[in-house]
Write a protein that binds this ligand. Structure first.
Ligand SMILES: [Fe+2]
Length: 466
């Protein structure tokens, strides 16, 4: 990148220092009266402290934002997570090096990193922020205050975790995937009951560990897709390199598909398919002796390199976008078919959650209009026909979409699509409400500032918190 060049979306990678609480928002358009609840979004929000800058977007300090919709209008709050990682940085007036991909100045390990800036969940009335380390953070859903850091699972030698636990809407269970580096090294899956009791389902030994951002659970199986982006287990907690730099892409290894019996914890099958790099699984279900897994697949892990800060300069692209891809895992014939779904490239794919663990038709995603550009549109695709409709607006960069059904029994994909959008010309963000069936705009609730680009989001209906 040319020195001094600032891409027009650069404000999306800039620190936001102001915290606000229950600030009323101005609304343009008509808010759906049935939309009552709170949208939460998490992501990196601060990138410099004491004249020092983080080396990678994913090392930005976790910022939680909320937009609450109710009978008295719309309000917003945003607050930094008071992780030990962030508190140390404020006390020392510098950024901890190490982390995800920042070079050593004052070295910390990824292992001690509780900068949970990647994902957010709401389960058993707990709001939880997660990164890819064993520490997550519990948050007060009203004030966004940090309650405490939580160590996920009861695991020894755990060096990384998926930031995306899987929740079974039928049984109420939660599944977590961890990477462990001892006796023997491998993948550990834990299951937590609706009452909060956690048990180890299985430990699958593996001499190398794949970069695991998410995984799938069906009514019968747990499916781990290990792309050829792997690290030696011991290096993940003892290496002198930042976390990401322990992983090596070797396309010649192909991808391994590990299928675990959800009832017994036994490893049912280890199959292989072409090399792919996936951050996000989308949905999975059983079909006789086949397992269908949809995930967002990149050709390689270069998306992670594209988000590095180049000597303090914001990422200038090229940003690859993944293709929603279907794996048909045939347990009887021990083979895997891998083919793209009929929809435009995009990240943060989401379905109508009522179709989790069963076949879905509608897929929502955020993607780029032009290859290599940042995300600038939202798409609704019918993956059976390939027909898609989109929303976009000049100078606007939407984040991860969230689907909220109109009613509990409304047809698939009928409801609202919510996200936070950054308008780089107005230098402000807004909460966008679309009619999810038509992708037509219903309303914008304008925030007082430009929120940095975020990662995942969540909507908690009011009845879930009362
Ligand atoms: Fe994620």
């Amino acid at each position: 990148m040319n020195p001094g060049y600032a891409p027009r979306y650069g404000i999306g990678f800039a620190s936001l220092l102001d915290e606000v609480s229950n600030l009323p928002l101005s609304v343009t358009g008509i808010l759906p009266p049935g939309l009552v609840g709170t949208m939460y979004r998490i992501g990196p929000g601060r990138f410099q402290i004491g004249g020092h800058a983080v080396g990678h977007w994913l090392d930005g300090f976790a910022l939680l934002s909320s937009v609450a919709f109710g009978s008295r209008g719309v309000t917003c709050s945003n607050r930094f997570l008071a992780s030990s990682w962030y508190r140390w940085a404020l006390m020392e007036d510098t950024v901890p090096a190490g982390g995800f991909d920042s070079q050593p100045v004052h070295r910390h390990s990824h292992f001690s990193d509780d900068n949970a800036n990647m994902s957010i969940t709401h389960w058993r009335n707990e709001l939880e922020a997660l990164g890819d380390t064993p520490q997550s953070i519990l948050i007060d859903p009203t004030t966004l205050a940090t309650i405490r850091t939580k160590r996920r699972g009861h695991l020894n030698r755990c060096c990384a975790c998926s930031p995306h636990p899987v929740f079974d809407q039928f049984t109420g269970e939660r599944f977590d995937l961890s990477l462990c580096n001892g006796d023997p090294p491998g993948y550990v899956i834990t299951v937590t009951s609706p009452a909060g009791r956690t048990r180890r389902l299985c430990a699958v030994p593996s001499p190398r560990l794949g970069y695991m951002h998410s995984f799938s659970v069906t009514p019968r199986w747990v499916v781990i897709v290990e792309g050829p982006f792997t690290a030696y287990p011991r290096s993940l907690s003892s290496s002198r390199h930042p976390y990401l730099r322990n992983y090596v892409w070797d396309a010649g290894r192909g991808s391994r598909i590990l299928v675990v019996d959800r009832r017994t914890g036994a490893l049912k099958a280890t199959l292989s398919t072409r090399p792919l790099f996936a951050l996000h699984h989308i949905n999975a279900w059983d079909d006789g002796n086949q397992i269908i897994v949809d995930l967002a697949a990149y050709a390689d892990p270069s998306i992670l390199d594209s988000l590095a800060f180049d000597h303090g300069e914001v990422p200038a692209g090229n940003f690859p976008a993944p293709l929603a891809t279907r794996l048909v895992i045939d347990l009887e014939h021990k083979r895997v078919l891998c083919s793209p779904l009929r929809c435009p490239p995009g990240e943060f794919c989401t379905i109508d959650a009522r179709f989790s663990m069963r076949p879905h038709t509608i897929l929502f995603a955020a993607g780029p209009t032009r290859t290599g550009e940042p995300i600038d549109r939202l798409c609704r695709s019918d993956v059976t026909t390939g027909r898609f409709i989109e929303w976009s607006s000049d100078n606007c960069f939407p984040g991860a979409p969230i689907f909220v059904p109109t009613t509990a029994d409304s047809p698939e994909g009928e409801g609202w699509l919510l996200t936070i959008v950054l308008d780089v010309l107005a230098k402000r963000s807004f909460a966008l409400i679309l009619d999810a069936a038509t992708m037509t705009e219903q309303a914008r609730a304008w925030l007082p500032c430009a929120l940095p680009f975020g990662l995942h989001a969540l909507f908690v209906p009011e009845e879930a918190t009362t």
